[in-house]
Design a protein around this ligand. Sequence first.
Ligand code: 8YV
Length: 322
Amino acid sequence: PNIRKEKSMATKPDILVVVPTRPKQMEMLESAYVLHRHDKADDRDALVKEVGEKIRGVVTMGSKGLSGDLLARLPNLEIVACGSVGYDTVDIDGCKARDIPVTNTPDVLTNDVADVAMALTFDIVRGLTRGERWVREGLWRDKGMMPLTTTLTGKTMGIIGYGRIGKAIAQRAEAFEMNVAYHGRTKQDGVSHAYFGSPEALAQACDVLMLACPGGDETKGLVSREVLQALGPDGYVVNIARGSVIDEPVLLEFLKEKKIKGAALDVFENEPKIDETFFALENVVLQPHVGSGTEETRDAMSQLVVDNLAAHFAGKPLLTPV
Ligand code: 8YV
């Protein structure tokens, strides 16, 4: 029996864990595979040198992804299971060139991310966390009422990136009696919301510019000086996508000089060591990348990592290939 056990152990595929899943799913992975913990290794380079050749799968998330350098050191890699919907940090071109499938986690996080998008919108426009500070810091007591804010009713939300998450945000905005317009690479059929052919045109037409598009090279700096200028001094920007979508130094300049009214941000360049210029600004709401951050949703995202790997090693179709 010992021999049989050893043999079945020996056939377990070797997996490199760049970013772990939730604990329950890590246990599932531990029983099905031989895990090599890149995330925990003191000397990552030595680990990859030692096990790189035998790695058949990578488990990761958007925060770290899979770099081209690391990919090149995994010559027998068969699959990358990314535990987030965004995979802009995975070297997709490198994977494509080697026919290595990549999976992500669409759908399961849509509602939670859209909830945070709407909460951020509500917060920056109605001044919720500002009001919180007003109370806590004794300003209510010492100065009286907080300055009035702005109504959401009847305002227009312009959504850049009209995919699953963008549409779920649109639904929520409508529940707040906002108008909705969108910009994406193409005008979508069967959609009642107004389409704008450029980010500038959308920014010009809306009060709240909502970013819900993928990150990566294609959308880098999409929200440029011109777009923020078009949004104007009464406009707000809300970002639940990726920090890279906004030209951040320009955004900071516009916030400092009040050339836009405010920004509510769940994502930044250089997370978690974000530009500390943000800390001193009154006209921002800042969140530590929590869009999908509920236990239920993170479990579901982790389960997709487990299920996609299982499908791959069973020779079955992947559940959520990118
Ligand atoms: C993750 C996300 O928390 O799914 C995504 O694309 O941004 C988040 O759900 C993030 O990628 C953590 O690494």
